[in-house]
Design a protein around this ligand. Structure first.
Ligand code: ATP
Ligand code: MG
Length: 253
């Protein structure tokens, strides 16, 4: 059961869009998929058609050891994906976690107690390197890093790669980089091409071959609570996320 964290502390680079649509693509390919929403914003939860304000328990209670993951998991009404959902309570969980002795290990423990067998677990991380992200990186086998090909993209990467290294040296020696994913890519834009080339020079084979184009359908789908495959399966965004899922299945990182 590969566990993959989608992380970049930079905001708005396509983490949630990638988590939702990668999970949906893997589900469509016949894999049993669990999406874990570790972001208090809960965008992955609502993006898969789940009303976060109506939830009686969510990932917060799981992290604090009050319920098991099995008790909090819900099925997306739209995509073939199970979801360990998030709601606003997760903001306070970050602080409450501080008081626990194994504070970075709570998600890993929760996933170890899953009853239903999953082929893949994908985790949406918040845009910061906080205790919630640390829980995701501790539980994960690999990190997928969405990178928006624009001017400051490379700056934040160094901080993230430093964090991944320190997680490896302390709590999770087997953590690997599942790949850097170019998102919101516009081939006609010179800057995007320059940054993409720079990524390839610095990170070589760690840069995934799949590229996610800028596609307005990807931005529209969440307000309907749908992945791109229910919303517009003939879009360039759908084709790109299907190709990404197939690439990850081939690479197994
Ligand atoms: N390939 C794309 N084409 C067009 N719009 C996109 C694409 N990917 C993401 N978007 C839009 O860009 C915005 C940011 O994307 P998203 O929410 O996935 O980023 P994020 O990294 O999860 O953000 P945050 O850091 O706030 O969690 C959203 O409005 C989303 O719909
Ligand atoms: Mg997000």
């Amino acid at each position: 059961m590969p566990i993959i964290a989608i992380s970049n502390q930079k905001g708005g680079v396509g983490k949630t869009t990638t988590t939702v649509n990668l999970a949906a693509a893997l589900g469509m390919l016949g894999k049993k998929v669990l999406l874990v929403d570790m972001d208090p914003q809960g965008n992955a939860t609502t993006g898969l058609g789940i009303a976060k304000d109506a939830l009686s328990v969510a990932v917060t209670q799981v992290l604090l050891g009050q319920v098991t993951a099995n008790q909090a998991i819900v099925r997306s009404p739209t995509a073939p994906v199970d979801v360990l959902p998030s709601n606003g309570d997760l903001v306070s969980a970050d602080v409450a976690l501080m008081a626990l002795p194994e504070r970075e290990n709570q998600l890993k423990k929760a996933l170890a107690s899953l009853i239903k067998p999953y082929h893949w677990v994908v985790i949406d991380c918040p845009p910061s390197l906080n205790l919630l992200t640390l829980n995701a990186l501790t539980a994960a086998d690999g990190v997928l890093v969405p990178v928006q090909c624009e001017y400051y993209a490379l700056e934040g990467l160094a901080a993230l790669l430093g964090t991944i290294d320190s997680v490896r040296q302390t709590v999770n020696p087997s953590l690997s980089i599942a790949g850097l994913l170019r998102t919101m890519y516009d081939r006609r834009n010179k800057l995007a091409n320059d940054v993409s080339n720079e990524l390839l020079v610095h990170f070589g084979p760690q840069v995934l071959a799949s590229v996610i184009p800028r596609n307005v359908r990807l931005a529209e789908a969440p307000s309907f609570g749908q992945s791109i495959f229910e919303f517009d399966s003939s879009s360039t965004g759908a084709a790109a996320y299907l190709a990404l899922a197939q690439e990850l299945l081939r690479r197994r990182f």
